[in-house]
Design a protein around this ligand. Structure first.
Ligand code: ADP
Length: 340
């Protein structure tokens, strides 16, 4: 019977073309009098992957006419953390913040989620990978010119992130003069981003938030294939033109060879608060309806508030200045953690 089960497991082929036996996922098969117990050890942390595997295993064994109850026990290998060069560096959860369009508030939200996590007691890093508009230095009021950056940040070949409001920050913007365009080709950007992840002294992090460029491009593909993301948080406004682009992003994250779980979607600038009513500038519930249609968890809505714009411009994370906004972000951040 064990041989038959092993044969059934060999029929389950992973994206890397290996079957789950070859991949070393199957640690033990116990055939008991009343059930079969299969012990798996997985390094891929996504829940979706785990559930799909359990379903595939059950089907494959049943197809071999083995009709015993099957119990599958899954243990996550600690390798689901990234162990990088310094050995000290362990990043437990890498989460990317993405959007279809630019200007929908992706960096603002990445900033305030990072600070909310830090205030909750987590060790947090923020990596600004938005080559087209690296705004994280502005949002934290970090003003480094190129020379300073080299002398202050490189040490023993490792990049040392800047710490602001308790968050470790690294931005592609640190490599250009303020306001100057970054005109690197795709492979160059990918190389730098790889360094940002693998050759940076992040220390121990509970969360690394990656602020992705908007849209779907070269950089996304290489980054998504390079690093093991826990998931993606999508930000959008509610108008059709933004949602059409988000749809493209979702399709990209769901391509089989890329597959990154989407943690959820945030509706930004949902409404303006006038004295008497909420004014839905971009249309009501656009993102909420989209999330239902695409089967994506709705993480929450953020109103359009002058304070958010004001504090972004001042370089202070708004969650540290306004109680109402702090609570909105806290709720969204807790939703993200729950989804993980
Ligand atoms: P993206 O990263 O998507 O390009 P940003 O985060 O840079 O967008 O935001 C674009 C502008 O919109 C910034 O000036 C920011 O302060 C402002 N902004 C973002 N979200 C809000 C909001 N909810 N209310 C008011 N202004 C906002």
């Amino acid at each position: 019977m064990k041989k038959k089960i092993e044969k059934a497991l060999e029929n389950i082929i992973l994206l890397n073309k290996k079957n789950i036996m070859e991949s070393g996922f199957v640690k033990k098969i116990d055939i008991l009098s009343n059930k079969i117990v299969i012990y798996l050890s997985l390094s891929n942390p996504s829940l979706h992957f785990k559930n799909k595997l359990i379903k595939d295993i059950t089907h494959s064994i049943k197809r071999k006419n083995i009709l015993y109850p099957i119990c599958i026990k899954v243990e996550m290998k600690s390798e689901s953390c990234i162990n990088i060069k310094t050995r000290k560096t362990v990043i437990k959860n890498i989460i990317a913040v993405a959007s279809g369009k630019g200007g929908v508030g992706k960096s603002t939200i990445a900033t305030n989620i990072a600070v909310s996590l830090e205030r909750m007691g987590f060790h947090v890093g923020l990596l600004d990978a938005d080559i087209y508009g690296p705004s994280i230095p502005l949002m934290f009021n970090i003003n480094l010119d190129k020379e300073d950056f080299h002398t202050k940040i490189h040490k023993n070949g490792m990049i040392i992130p800047v710490i602001s409001y308790g968050v470790k920050i690294l931005s592609i913007g640190f490599f250009s003069k303020n306001g100057q365009a970054i005109v690197w080709r795709g492979p160059m950007v990918t190389k730098v981003l790889r360094q940002f992840i693998h050759e940076t002294d992040w220390g121990e992090l509970d969360f690394l938030i990656v602020d992705l460029p908007p849209g779907t491009g070269d950089i996304h593909l290489s980054l998504l294939q390079e690093i093991r993301l826990k998931g993606i948080v999508i930000v959008s406004t509610s108008q059709k033109i933004a949602l059409t682009d988000v749809n493209r992003s979702v399709e990209m994250f769901r391509i089989k060879s890329i597959y990154v779980p989407i943690i959820g979607i945030i509706e930004n600038m949902s409404f303006l608060l006038t004295k008497e009513e909420k004014f839905y500038f971009f249309g009501e519930n656009g993102v909420k309806n989209f999330s239902k249609k695409m089967n994506i968890f709705f993480l929450g809505e953020i109103p359009m508030l002058q304070e958010i714009r004001k504090y972004s411009d001042l370089g202070t994370p708004v969650v540290l200045r306004n109680e109402i906004i702090k609570n909105i972000f806290l709720k969204i951040t807790k939703n993200i953690i729950n989804q993980l």
